[in-house]
Design a binder for this molecule. Structure first.
Ligand SMILES: NC(=O)c1ccc[n+]([C@@H]2O[C@H](COP(=O)([O-])OP(=O)(O)OC[C@H]3O[C@@H](n4cnc5c(N)ncnc54)[C@H](O)[C@@H]3O)[C@@H](O)[C@H]2O)c1
Length: 273
């Protein structure tokens, strides 16, 4: 499987390092692109011979890629998503929040029209398989995501806007937001892609309730998922170690991309997908 990488930051470079070590049999990195050229060049040099660095999305898509891994930004999905699918590539999306707003909202239907696949890894959470199974007949009543983060893991501007407090002024666990997943993604675009993933798996962005709590007693990000429906109840807690290069990203998010690539690229067992 020829894989192209869009975005060479914390997640993109960790995924590339794993591919360079041969951790995903059958996956070959064929080109990399980042709006900051040095980042793409650094990733390219992880390989011998070096992987071609694309200077534009057209060059990336001209590399013969069959699958593009997006690890860039919601803006990149909005800007390039449709072009990627139209070029005949499948697309793995990490900036999932982009799929809740136009034009990214149209990508799932566009993928169906074009016979392409849009892959969404579980990212920083877990249990997406169970939520999808529970939603199969549309019989979920409630989905709640409660995310607790150390104040510095939330953007200072967002904290000031919602609480009129700077991160260092938060002395005790304080609720920053409660509302729909759709609004959560608008207010916290870089922090809460998992709310988008959970809402796509379950009952949609309007009915998925999200709470965000700034908690100065924490050193990890904690996500609690609660689902109730005709199947019964599901409760799940993930305590995520932050990614060493970007505290807003978790190691689990990187591993979820690698595991999804493994499933895409190899025959054999496909668990919970
Ligand atoms: N789904 C999940 O659970 C989950 C978890 C963590 C992060 N994310 C999302 O994944 C994305 C990548 O995360 P990260 O931690 O690697 O971020 P990062 O900031 O470390 O890296 C992003 C890279 O993409 C590049 N980039 C951004 N927009 C671009 C564009 N339009 N064109 C070309 N390059 C562009 C940046 O220059 C940067 O090098 C972010 O959108 C983040 O919110 C999702």
């Amino acid at each position: 499987m020829r894989v192209a990488l869009l975005g060479c930051g914390a997640i993109g470079s960790s995924v590339a390092e794993a591919l360079a070590r041969g951790e995903v049999p059958g996956a070959v990195l064929c080109a990399v692109f980042d709006q900051v050229a040095e980042r793409a060049e650094r990733v390219s040099r992880l390989f011998a011979p070096a992987v071609p660095v694309a200077r534009s999305i057209e060059e990336l898509l001209g590399s013969g890629a069959e699958l593009v891994v997006e690890a860039a930004s919601q803006q990149a999905v909005q800007q390039y998503g449709e072009r990627i699918l139209r070029a005949g590539c499948d697309l793995l999306v990490l900036s999932v929040g982009a799929l809740l707003e136009p034009p990214g909202q149209e990508l799932p239907a566009e993928a169906v029209r074009l016979g392409r696949r849009l892959y969404i890894p579980s990212g920083g959470i877990a249990g997406i398989d169970g939520v999808r199974a529970a939603a199969f007949r549309g019989e979920i009543e409630t989905v709640v995501l409660t995310t607790r983060k150390p104040p510095h893991a939330l953007s200072p501007e967002t904290l000031v806007q919602h609480l009129q407090l700077k991160p260092e002024q938060i002395q005790q666990p304080t609720q920053v937001y409660e509302g729909s997943a759709r609004e959560a993604v608008r207010h916290f675009p870089a922090n809460i892609n998992i709310a988008a993933t959970l809402s796509l798996a379950g009952i949609g962005p309007e009915r998925t309730l999200v709470r965000i709590i700034a908690d100065p007693t924490l050193s990890v990000n904690v996500h609690e998922i609660y689902v109730r429906g005709t199947f019964g109840e599901l409760t799940l807690v993930v305590r995520n170690i932050p990614h060493p290069e970007n505290p807003r990203t978790s190691l689990l998010a990187v591993l979820s991309v690698l595991e999804m690539l493994r499933q895409i690229c190899s025959p054999g067992i496909h668990l919970g997908t």
